[in-house]
Structure formats: C-alpha cells, structure tokens
Design a protein around this ligand. Structure first.
Ligand code: FMN
Length: 209
C-alpha cells in the first residue's frame, strides 16, 4: 500500500478479533513511532507495549466509559519526557513541542498498523493517575495517548471529513479553492514565477554534450 492510500483509507477501529498480532508487526509499529519527526530530533518519548491480558483489562477500566478498549489484543502507551524539550527549547519545548512530538509518533504507529492489515484507535480519554500507577510511570514522564491494536472485527466507520474548501487557504488567510482544479489556479501565482526562474537558470548552465 502506498503512503497516500494508507493515509486516506485509515479509520479508527474499535472492535478486534481474538487473534494474536505477530511479533514482527508489533516491532514495525514501535519502529514507526521511533522514526517520527521531533523538534530538534530530541525524541523525548517512550512507548510502553502492553500485551498482558490483565493489564489490558485494567487499562480498559481506566479509559473512561469505553467498554470496547479491553478488546484490544495489544496496546501502546505513548509517553513524553518533556524535560528533554524543556532543556533544549524552554517553555515552548515543554508545553508545545513535546506534545506535538508524541502526536507524530502516535500517528506514525496508527498508520504502520493499518499498512499491515491491523486496526487501531487513539484513546485520549483515560484516567492519568491510574495509568501512571499501573505502569510505574515516573513523575517527570507524561502518558499522552493510549493506542489500541488488533485485527479489525468491524468495518471501519466512515467519518465525515471537512473538505479542502473548509480547511485549506492559499497564500493568505481566507483564500479558498472551490475545487481541485482551482487549486492549480491559486497556486500558479507562486509556481509560475518559480518555473520561469528555473528555466532561466537552466539556460545559464552549460548544456550536456
Ligand atoms: C487526541 C485524540 C484523542 C482521541 N481520543 C479518543 C478516545 O478517547 N476514544 C475514542 O474512541 N476515540 C478517540 N480518538 C479517535 C477519534 O475519535 C477519531 O480519530 C475521529 O473520530 C476520526 O475518525 P477516524 O480516526 O476514523 O478518521 C481520539 C483521537 C485523537 C487524535
């Protein structure tokens, strides 16, 4: 599956088959998190893989009013170590970059799961104190997200997504494209001059014999 197909076809899956997830697939999921971008390449994250049944059940109980969570075959608790970004970038590092870094890692993992035929869901609604206790998470580490994984036992629900008209502006706040063909017109003001410059530059270069 190419990257765009993977991104466009991923959906949150909240029901899983009782089928073990292969070790290699789990390693790929963790590795996809490891390869995520992070501010200053600080990589201020730790991923706790959970596959013990009793732990999965306890995590399920800590996820507020979400009965489906303990159906997961495996989970990853994505944690941040904000002190590391604080050291590098101060408040902005601690309060913003650290959260963004873990979000990048989490999304990479969800996409890696989907690419391997697995379903996954991001769970943000959990009791942080219980999760800390359950995994002995140190005080200066923050559990940011719980990701649930397993082979899908449901057809992915089609979630309505806003269209490009609603979410994309071109070169200035509020400048919208009505459809894909108009995107080209809106971008041509930038791409036009760039193309011209490229051609001029090309003419200055000695031609290949
Ligand atoms: C920060 C964040 C927190 C979320 N928390 C939960 C959650 O606690 N429970 C849940 O079922 N889904 C949760 N989700 C999944 C969203 O509900 C889901 O991504 C959204 O409805 C869009 O559906 P899709 O993932 O299929 O595109 C969360 C997603 C994000 C990004």
């Amino acid at each position: 599956m190419d990257a765009l197909t993977n991104i466009f076809s991923r959906r949150s899956i909240r029901s899983y088959e009782k089928k073990e997830v292969e070790f290699e697939k789990l390693v790929n999921i963790l590795d996809a998190g490891r390869f995520a971008p992070s501010a200053g390449n600080v990589q201020d994250w730790k991923f706790i893989l959970v596959n013990e049944e009793d732990k999965i059940e306890k995590v399920g109980n800590a996820c507020l009013e979400q009965d489906w969570v303990d159906e997961a075959q495996v989970m990853v608790v994505v944690c941040s170590e904000p002190v590391k970004e604080d050291r590098m970038y101060g408040d902005r590092g601690k309060n913003l970059y650290s959260i963004q870094n873990s979000a990048c890692a989490a999304q990479n993992m969800l996409l890696a799961a989907h690419a391997q035929g697995l379903g996954g869901c991001w769970v943000g609604s959990f009791d942080e104190i219980t999760i800390r206790e359950l995994f002995d998470i140190p005080e200066d580490v923050v559990p940011r997200a719980i990701l649930t994984f397993g082979y899908p036992a449901e057809k992915a629900e089609e979630k309505p997504k806003l269209n490009l008209y609603d979410v994309a502006f071109f070169n200035k706040w509020g400048i919208r494209a009505h459809d894909k063909s108009e995107i080209q017109r809106l971008l041509s003001s930038v791409l036009g001059p760039l193309k011209e410059r490229f051609h001029k530059l090309k003419n200055l270069l000695p031609s290949k014999k």
